[in-house]
Write a protein that binds this ligand. Structure first.
Ligand code: G4P
Length: 274
């Protein structure tokens, strides 16, 4: 077992609720399935984060997919403070059984302790910062119980461990790596940019026909190959090298950037049914 995983298992002993962040655009690719084993019997809340960049109808399908598995789910944009309001209520629901158990033992108003987990770049720090921005106060170490741990107190009924647990993506098949590269979770330096942009073009043509043409107005036809589309976009956007040769790399970078900035549209790269 890796050190990170061992540490997370230690942290999990201290908490009641695991808040798992997934990228709403690629919820399965951004999920480490080990979380089921790591979280054990703790209450679970899934945040479909970056939902501002995802296709809302597909995010709704994911909401149902995870809810059907008995998990609590919230769609959020962690950059938006207004989205945080819904969290506290759902945390109480997710931990209702624990709160009930406490009551039976005569323990009242013991705050729910939660921990945020997710793969790098999914938005863990952003979520913690936005959620904690108001009403939050860091509590010191509580001797014997939470030695060395910092808790962020959120109102009177929730405490959040201030360091998130980092899970690593599982590259079970090539498409997982591809999707994570497309959303910008894997460094571009280790990817072939032109290949990546061609894969993106293929996915967009399949999942969102007409979307690339709407944005680039490059004369893209539905039957065009990905390479022809890249060429058309290079021409339409003036990606030309000295000697009037098309600059494919520049066009590829442009498409990836436009996609990641949300300029091309609200796009989900996977749905529960493919
Ligand atoms: P991590 O702790 O899980 O590694 O992720 P982190 O919070 O650092 O977030 C990674 C990037 O994702 C940040 O952008 C952050 O602003 C962005 N982000 C997080 N949540 C959301 C969300 O719900 N919607 C959108 N649109 N973006 C989100 P960055 O470009 O690395 O930095 P910056 O632009 O914030 O400076």
């Amino acid at each position: 077992m890796t050190k990170a995983k061992r540490m997370m298992q230690e942290d999990i002993k201290l908490i009641d609720l695991v808040i798992e962040l997934l990228d709403a655009r690629v919820p399965l690719a951004s999920r480490n399935p080990d979380i089921d084993e790591i979280a054990g019997s703790k209450s679970r809340l899934i945040l479909l984060n970056k939902s501002d960049m995802a296709d809302s109808s597909v995010t709704d399908e994911w909401y149902k997919y995870f809810t059907d598995q008995g998990l609590y789910v919230c769609k959020v944009n962690s950059r938006n403070a207004a989205d945080m309001k819904q969290i506290s209520a759902i945390v109480q629901q997710a931990c209702a059984a624990k709160i009930e158990r406490d009551k039976k033992r005569g323990i009242r108003n013991r705050p729910v302790r939660a921990m945020v987990v997710g793969i790098p770049n999914v938005g863990k720090s952003t979520f913690i910062n936005t959620y904690a921005r108001k009403a939050a106060a860091k509590t010191g170490n509580k001797p014997g119980v939470t030695k060395g741990k910092q808790w962020i107190k959120l109102g009177s009924n929730l405490e959040l461990l201030d360091t998130p647990g980092i899970l690593w993506p599982k590259f079970e098949d090539q498409s997982v790596g591809l999707k994570l590269a497309l959303i910008g979770s894997i460094k571009d330096e280790i990817m072939n940019i032109e290949e990546l942009s061609l894969e993106l073009i293929k996915m967009l043509q399949e999942r969102y026909p007409g979307m690339l043409e709407k944005y680039y107005e490059a004369g893209i036809e539905e039957t065009d190959s990905a390479l022809v589309i890249l060429e058309k976009i290079a021409r339409a956007r003036g990606c030309i090298k000295a000697g009037a040769e098309l600059d494919y790399l520049k066009a590829a970078n442009l498409i990836l950037e436009n996609y990641r900035n949300g300029k091309i549209g609200k796009i989900s790269l996977e749905g529960p049914n493919g």
